[in-house]
Structure formats: C-alpha cells, structure tokens
Design a binder for this molecule. Structure first.
Ligand code: BT5
Length: 324
C-alpha cells in the first residue's frame, strides 16, 4: 500500500502537467481504480493539491514538499519583510538577483527565494550547495540609514533571528558560531552572507543571504560537506514546512531589526550571546592576513570578536573562519 502511494506520487509527478486517468494509473501501478481513488484522497489529506477533471483524470498541482509564493504570503505576520517576493524555481544565486533588484530600487523588505540555486555562494568565493526543494535559499534587501562599517552587525542580527526561528519551528536548540554559521549538534545547518552596496559613507543597500538546510536526508548532503553539515530534518526526523520557517524568520528578523534601529546593537548582543558557542573557548581564527590562536572572549558592542592569545594580547577580529 505504501508502494502504491509512492508509485502514484511518482506517476503524477512524472506526468509533467498532463492529466492521468484513474484507469491509466491503475494499469501503470497494477492495482484497482478504487485503490487509486483511496490513495488520492489520502494524498489530499496530507497536503498534496490535486486537480481532478471528469473524463480526464488527475493532475498534481502541488506537493507538501513544494514551496510557492502564496505559501509564504499566507499567514505572514510582518509589516514589510517578505511583502515583496521574487520567487523562482531555479536561479544561479538569489544574491545575484537581489543585488540587481536593489540596484533598480527595490524597497526594503524585498525577498528573493528560489527552489534551487545552481551556483549558490558562500564567503570568499566558496560555494553553497542548494539542492532543489530541500532548503530555504533566500536573499533579503535591507536599507538601513547607517555607515558601511555597521554592515557586519547585520550578519549577527540575522543569525539571532534564524536561530530563534529554528527554535520556534522545530524545538531544536541551534547554536551560533561567529560570525555567520548556525550549528546543530556541532554541524552547520545555516550559512549567512551579508553583502553591501554603499556610496561614500553610507549604506545604500544590504543584501543578506541566508541558506537553511531544511529537508535534506543524509545522502542529500553533498559529499564535500558530509560530516560537517546537517539539516533540520536529519536532526528532528520530521519534515519541515519551509514556508513556516521563512515566515517565522521574517517575523523575528523584522522584530530584531526594529530593536536594533531603536536601541542599537547592545540588546542584540545579549541575545546573540545566549546562542554563541565559541565564547570562552580556545579557537583558531583564520583571517585573510593570518591565523590567531587564543581564547574567544566575546564580541564588542560593534559585533567584533575579541580573542586573547597566549601572551595576553587581545585581538579584534572583524572577519574570519573560526575553528573550535
Ligand atoms: C556561508 O559561507 O556560510 C554563507 C552561505 C550563504 C548561502 C545563502 S543561500 C541564499 C543566498 N544566495 C547565495 O548564493 N548565497 C546565500 P561560508 O562561511 O563561506 O561557508 C561556505 C562553506 O560551507 C563551504 O565552503 C562548505 O564547506 C560549506 N557548505 C556549503 N554548502 C553547505 C550547505 N548547504 N550546508 C552546510 N554547509 C555548506
């Protein structure tokens, strides 16, 4: 019976928008038309959207694994973030699309979401694996009236919002590894990339990219990241509604961004510290200019990491890869 269900989903998905009659499906799968009818009802209960037309048969519109623009909008509690959505099935990188939109004047809160990224990117030219329908691959446009030096703080605001949203949606306990990783059980589940368009001494727009591994099974993780990456599904053993995850993240981000604009970075720093893993530990910080080994003391009010080396010298690290 599970087998009929699987074959039915496959037959409908492979039909490429064509209708398949109950008779055709029954013959294909080798069961009765009644069985097909029963399974169609079951699928509907589980959140599949199927169109049925007399004399033509069934067509699949949406599976619960799919994400659509209306899934994101329906139930969204924000005022601005996510109100303007650019949704794609496949793009090179949502960052690239968002930069173009920002350049053309797209308003703050605009988001770009894609089911797949063909060349998703991390920092320093690294790549970000973005399998179709498995994760949240999203970029947001933010336009704070601030000097460009403040941009790195947005990585931390985003990390707090993402960690909080993951906790809310899954009950899992994510941890933040400065500056831009979120880990669960020591493995990376979220990556954040903050990029800046600035003119002279002010930010004209930030494009904040966030990648969340949601419904990957272990074998879906690219071999280059197996062992060091995970997904919410792997940790929770329950499929995650990506729409709910996006909605919760946007609500949290809008809230923390509001607090930041009102009260500055101090309250965000407090929240950030509740999620931080590296603080108090001996770490290696790899920066573009070299390596610093020492104890991570915490972050400054600007969001800069303080590391004390074995000689007692305190280094301020603006950007690095941290090894625990
Ligand atoms: C990041 O870079 O962690 C930032 C990732 C940002 C991705 C989002 S998705 C939406 C938006 N559009 C984009 O094109 N990018 C943003 P970094 O700290 O440099 O980490 C990159 C490293 O993480 C890689 O070198 C891999 O080792 C590892 N990695 C790649 N894909 C991963 C994945 N899906 N899950 C966990 N780790 C991954």
């Amino acid at each position: 019976s599970i087998d009929i269900r699987k074959q039915l989903i496959k037959a409908l998905s492979d039909a490429d928008g064509e209708f398949l009659s109950g008779q055709t499906l029954a013959e294909k799968i080798g069961c009765s038309r009644t069985a097909i009818w029963k399974h169609i009802e079951e699928l509907r209960k589980d959140g599949f959207i199927l169109e049925a037309v007399r004399n033509k048969g069934y067509k699949i519109i949406n599976t619960p694994e799919d994400l659509t623009e209306s899934d994101i909008l329906f139930g969204l509690e924000t005022e601005r973030f996510g109100r303007n959505i650019h949704f794609y099935e496949s793009v090179e990188s949502t960052q690239k699309v968002a930069h173009q939109l920002a350049h053309e004047g797209a308003p703050e809160g605009t988001i770009v979401v894609s089911e797949e990224q063909r060349t998703g990117r991390g920092r320093l030219g690294r790549s970000w694996s973005s399998l179709p329908k498995k994760g949240v691959w999203m970029s947001m446009i933010v336009r704070p009236v601030l000097p460009p030096q403040k941009a790195p703080q947005f990585t931390l605001i985003t990390a707090v919002a993402a960690a909080n949203a993951i906790g809310e949606v899954t009950g899992l306990h994510p941890e933040i590894k400065w500056p831009n990783d979120i880990l669960i059980n020591g493995k990376k589940v979220v990556g954040i990339l903050t990029e800046l368009q600035a003119e002279a001494d002010k930010i004209s727009s930030l494009v904040i990219g966030i990648g969340i591994n949601a419904n990957h099974d272990v074998e879906d993780l690219h071999e280059s990241i197996q062992g060091k990456a995970t997904s919410l599904y792997i940790e929770k053993r329950k499929k995650i509604s990506r729409a709910q995850l996006i909605q919760t993240f946007l609500k949290d981000f809008e809230k923390y961004y509001g607090i930041y604009l009102d009260k500055g970075f101090a309250p965000i720093k407090l929240l950030w510290e509740t999620y931080a893993i590296s603080i108090g530990k001996v770490i290696t910080a790899r920066t573009v200019t070299g390596e610093i080994v020492g104890r991570a003391l915490g972050i400054t009010d600007e969001g800069v990491l303080k590391v004390e080396d074995e000689h007692g010298t305190i280094h301020e690290v603006y950007s690095a890869d941290i090894e625990l």
